[in-house]
Design a protein around this ligand. Structure first.
Ligand SMILES: NC(=O)c1ccc[n+]([C@@H]2O[C@H](COP(=O)([O-])OP(=O)(O)OC[C@H]3O[C@@H](n4cnc5c(N)ncnc54)[C@H](O)[C@@H]3O)[C@@H](O)[C@H]2O)c1
Length: 395
């Protein structure tokens, strides 16, 4: 069958996902899209996919249904609104992460998803589809490392990527949420699976010390004289200059998490580094593993073993650092729609990963350790349709 697709937010991301879907063999037609200035149009063009009819708003798009799949890829502040509309249409939904941007949106969406029959919602937490990540989850679930004790993780971006974040809509909390919410919600989703418990307490420190107007004459050229911080058009609501924008999210941040089962985790992220890294160091009672997500390789060894560690190379390293994840997710999406396999992540898991990151940001803002119990109580109440415990207390 040819999948009839409607797109709300035809940016770079949805265009790349559509291209990956076509690449792995989907038979698809983008029937219509809504986007005031589709940043993803040139990517679709290269992939030989027509963007379909341009609609003025989601209501017009939905009238042009029925669709076999609605794909939502607008900036993060629009996710909730678009999801609520899409849910009413009854069509299966592919929604980009973070599923929503704020705690209030989380309660409302959890309440909606918990209460009524909903079409399937597949969230683009694309790392779930990566073979290396599947292998890590499988090894940990099978108990290869024993009980997980502690985790140390990083994500360090190259300067051009950080400069793009400082110019793109992600630079503003009102649009992106936060640096962590937009960039590392993927990682905290996987940590939740590895640990098998929710965060009990979180702490975090972060700020802006790289992309600020206060820095005097930051270098702006590479060693060969070419202009730095010029990667890609900054797109929707973009700013011209990475150092002179109205950015209000962090450009580096650290976090510590204590999970309810006493697993402890530290995380370090920096958006302007010369040695890029996305690495998870997972230490268990009986073994340790290091997942190198940039180089797509894994190292693992039993604790009481003096021989060489096992090394697994997954290959397929790509310049965008996605390392084939989009193609793998495109296959997972097709399998889910055809009822052959469950999609690797549920909307509720996506909401929980988002809440974890929001609690971390709250701790950073307050400069205090945040007790997550009240947050989970509100979430569980919303999900089960019970009264909001905070509203009940008249707070
Ligand atoms: N899963 C991943 O690995 C991954 C990677 C990149 C981005 N994303 C997510 O995808 C989403 C889009 O990111 P992007 O990088 O494509 O951004 P982008 O800036 O390239 O695209 C956003 C698009 O939304 C459009 N838009 C703005 N207002 C709109 C509205 N009212 N209605 C419809 N469209 C509107 C813009 O014109 C633009 O074309 C974000 O939620 C982001 O977090 C996910």
């Amino acid at each position: 069958m040819t999948y009839r697709i409607g797109v709300i937010g035809l940016g770079q991301r949805i265009a790349h996902v559509l291209a990956a879907m076509k690449e792995v063999g989907w038979d698809l037609e983008v029937v219509a899209h809504v986007d005031p200035a589709p940043v993803g149009a040139p990517i679709l063009d290269v992939a030989g996919i027509s963007p379909g009819r341009a609609c003025t708003d989601p209501a017009e798009l939905l009238r042009r249904g029925p669709f076999d799949l609605l794909m939502l890829g607008a900036p993060n502040h629009l996710h909730f609104e678009h999801l609520m509309l899409a849910l009413e249409s009854g069509a299966p939904i592919f929604a980009e992460k973070p599923i929503v941007r704020t705690q209030d949106e989380t309660w409302a969406l959890a309440r909606r998803l918990g209460a009524a029959e909903s079409p399937p919602v597949y969230v683009g937490l694309v790392m779930r589809s990566l073979p290396i990540v599947r292998d890590v989850l499988d090894r940990v679930t099978r108990g290869e490392l024993g009980e997980i004790v502690s985790i140390d993780a990083t994500e360090h971006l190259p300067p051009e990527h950080g400069g793009y974040l400082a110019r793109n809509w992600r630079r503003r909390q009102a649009w992106g949420g936060s640096y962590f919410l937009d960039k590392v919600v993927h990682d905290f989703d996987i940590f939740g699976c590895l640990v098998g418990a929710r965060p009990a307490r979180v702490a975090s420190f972060g700020g802006r010390r790289i992309f600020t107007a206060e820095r005097r004459d930051p270098p702006r050229t590479w060693e060969d004289g070419s202009a730095a911080y010029a990667l890609r058009d900054a797109g929707w609501a973009g700013a011209n200059d990475a150092f002179q924008s109205d950015m209000d999210v962090t450009d580096h941040q650290v976090a510590m998490v204590e999970y309810a089962n006493d697993v402890r985790l530290s995380f370090h992220a920096n958006s302007h580094t010369a040695l890029t890294e996305r690495r998870w160091y997972v230490a268990g009672t009986e073994g340790t593993l290091i997942a190198d997500l940039v180089r797509n390789r894994l190292m693992v060894r039993r604790a009481l073993f003096r021989g060489k560690p096992d090394k697994v190379e997954y290959g397929g390293v790509t310049a965008d650092a996605h390392n084939g994840a989009d193609q793998a997710m495109a296959l997972d999406l097709l399998a889910a729609l055809q009822g052959r396999a469950a999609f690797p992540v549920t909307p509720f898991e996506s909401l929980e990963a988002g809440l974890t990151v929001m609690a971390i940001d709250e701790a950073m803002e307050a400069r205090q350790v945040v007790d997550c119990a009240p947050m989970w109580a509100r979430y569980d109440a919303a999900r089960s349709g019970a009264a909001d415990p905070v509203a009940e207390q008249g707070l």
